[in-house]
Design a binder for this molecule. Structure first.
Ligand code: TRP
Length: 347
């Protein structure tokens, strides 16, 4: 059997995933599992780049991983990794940081946005965010990184660091390529990009009733006052959702022409969307609630995945040490993390 191409990607464990994550990233991850060797990272170190203290990390991790699995991530085929349980991420991040000019990092768009919008006094950690992300990817020598468009500058930096490392010390790292998902960003119920902090998201874990009330509040064509007014389909998130989630495409075509002709009201269209969306999400929610009944299993999946990943991380770091000429031994060569530490992490 030929070796499968290795994929690494991940999310920061910031809580439950919404339907924007589902169509934007998770479905791509799920598909890749059939053809690639997939590593999915719980990037908990990265959470600290914008928060000095972490609240509810355990809870947020469970909520996120539940959604990953409910969406179809299969821990038997894919490797789930907890970043902070593998210190090699941090060590490789440190070493790659030696190759990253500060002026280059200051130009990364996500960094600039963060300091503008959050008015943060940025930490070294925030500046080094994409360096740590490069370490995540390169540590497993992964060649393919499925991400959203906002992450492309980070991937560009990861490639630059890989090239620079290879040039200085010898070829160790492949240059990772991004793989964009098919779906562009999904609008939230207020028609801005769906985002947890905008309070405009529909979550996978929302009940059908909550989903209904969110859909009924959704932004539609603002110029349409009466049902008989001609409606605008383009840029109307209700129709974006119908295109994505309604299984009967002919019916959606028909709805669009009735809406444009002023022959069906917003409430009626939204009710059709509620039914379609709840039907679409039903199997996923069913699976989610089954999984949620056994949270210990989730920690086991994370633990098992992390232990599968650990020797790969260790071996890469050994090669990195040897290439650079460091005389120490790479971090966890003979170390098994003490069981009490592990239970602190995973219980
Ligand atoms: N920066 C990514 C995000 O916010 C999360 C992430 C951390 C990541 N490490 C990664 C994504 C490595 C891909 C590969 O979504």
């Amino acid at each position: 059997m030929t070796a499968r191409i290795r994929v690494l990607t991940g999310h920061r464990p910031t809580g439950p995933r919404h339907i924007g994550h589902l169509v934007g990233t998770l479905q791509t991850w799920v598909d890749l599992q059939n053809s690639h060797d997939c590593f999915f990272l719980v990037a908990d170190f990265h959470v600290l780049t914008t928060n000095e203290t972490i609240n509810n990390l355990r809870h947020n991790t469970i909520e996120m991983v539940l959604d990953w699995l409910a969406a179809g991530i299969d821990p038997a085929r894919s490797t789930l990794i907890v970043q902070s349980a593998i210190p090699e991420h941090a060590v490789l991040g440190l070493l790659l940081g030696m190759l990253a000019p500060v002026s280059r990092l200051e130009r990364v768009p996500t960094y600039k946005e963060h300091i503008q919008t959050l008015r943060l006094n940025p930490s070294l950690g925030l500046l080094a965010y994409p360096v740590l992300q490069a370490a995540d990817i390169l540590l497993y020598r992964s060649t393919t990184v499925p991400v959203g468009e906002d992450q492309l500058p980070h991937l560009e930096l990861a490639r630059e660091l890989a090239r620079r490392f290879n040039m200085l010390y010898g070829i160790i790292f492949p240059e990772p390529q991004p793989r964009l998902s098919r779906m562009p960003r999904l609008p939230g119920i207020d028609n801005r990009t769906m985002h947890t902090s905008y309070n405009n998201a529909i979550y996978l874990r929302d009940t059908p009733a909550v989903t209904e009330s969110k859909v009924m509040q959704m932004y539609t064509d603002p110029n349409r006052i009466r049902t008989t007014d001609r409606g605008q389909v383009a840029g109307n998130p209700v129709f974006t959702y119908l295109d994505l989630f309604h299984s009967d495409k002919d019916l959606v075509v028909d709805l669009k022409s009735r809406y444009t002709a002023g022959k069906i009201g917003d409430v009626a269209v939204k009710q059709i969307l509620v039914t379609a969306l709840n039907a679409y999400l039903a199997p996923l929610r069913q699976r989610r609630s089954e999984l949620a009944a056994h949270p210990d299993d989730l920690w086991d999946f994370l633990h098992q995945g992390t232990e599968r990943a650990r020797p790969i991380a260790r071996e890469t770091l050994e090669s990195v040490y040897a290439a650079i000429g460091l005389t120490g031994r790479a971090l966890s060569r003979d170390t098994t993390i003490h069981p009490t530490v592990m239970s602190g992490l995973f219980c």
